[in-house]
Unconditional design. Structure first.
Length: 247
């Protein structure tokens, strides 16, 4: 298999260069070497074969995820119980949010309300930059590039929040994101991106990430995105829960 071949190549490099570079320096270069091997070996033609095999293996999961994303295509951040400060839409300009703005900004409240409404008008889709970034994963053939695409989502999400509230006197603690909020934001992004074969893209990235990247941050990014899939499949929106209770 390709995985075994990459491990064999790494063993050969280790055997050849550790006596010259020393163990510490070789270990320092290990991740770079594996990523380089993957980049050279997994060219477009090889990638197409690998991707097709993974897609066949996970066809059932893809169909279930696709149906669920279609079902929730009209979802809004507030439907996922995301903190109003993090919804980045009209729901972010409600009485609860307004009450959280520092008192010193009372006089300029109308100004920043207008500024927020203008931002929403110019960019009506919350987390659009993150959605576009996730969509770009379909254009990448190298699994390690796919991994970096996934890893970059967290910083892009933070940037979207910062840009939305730039110039508005909102307390910084109101914009903090805990694990549950981050997971819900990821669910929203996944649904809106609506990527064909997304499960396969992530599985391929995960398979090669196990070879190449030892970073706990990279592992966390992958695990969290995978968790968003399972959260999405088991998601019961508050509106639907209320409907069931009424019945």
């Amino acid at each position: 298999s390709l995985e075994r071949f990459i491990k064999l190549m790494l063993y050969c490099l280790n055997y050849m260069y550790t006596p010259i570079l020393g163990t510490d320096k070789f270990l320092f270069l290990k991740e770079f070497l594996i990523n380089s091997l993957i980049e050279v070996l997994v060219n477009n033609e090889v990638y197409k074969v690998i991707f097709s095999l993974f897609r066949m293996e996970h066809q059932t999961e893809e169909e279930i995820l696709t149906d669920r994303m279609k079902e929730l295509s009209d979802i809004k951040p507030e439907n996922l119980l995301i903190n109003p400060y993090l919804c980045l839409n009209e729901f972010s300009i409600n009485e609860k949010v307004i009450a959280g703005i520092v008192k010193e900004a009372e006089e300029s409240k109308k100004d920043w309300e207008e500024e927020l409404r203008q931002k929403i008008k110019e960019n009506p889709f919350p987390y659009k930059e993150a959605i576009d970034k996730l969509e770009s994963i379909t254009l990448l053939a190298n699994p390690m590039d796919k991994l970096q695409c996934i890893v970059s989502l967290s910083s892009i999400i933070c940037r979207c929040i910062d840009l939305f509230w730039t110039g508005i006197p909102v307390p910084r603690e109101k914009l903090s994101i805990d694990a549950d909020q981050y997971l819900s934001i990821l669910v929203y992004i996944v649904v809106k991106a609506n990527i064909k074969d997304l499960f396969t893209h992530i599985t391929v990235s995960n398979e090669f990430a196990n070879l190449g990247s030892a970073s706990s941050y990279n592992a966390y990014a992958l695990i969290t995105l995978q968790a968003s899939f399972y959260h999405l499949l088991n998601l019961e929106l508050p509106i639907k829960r209320n409907q069931k209770q009424d019945e």
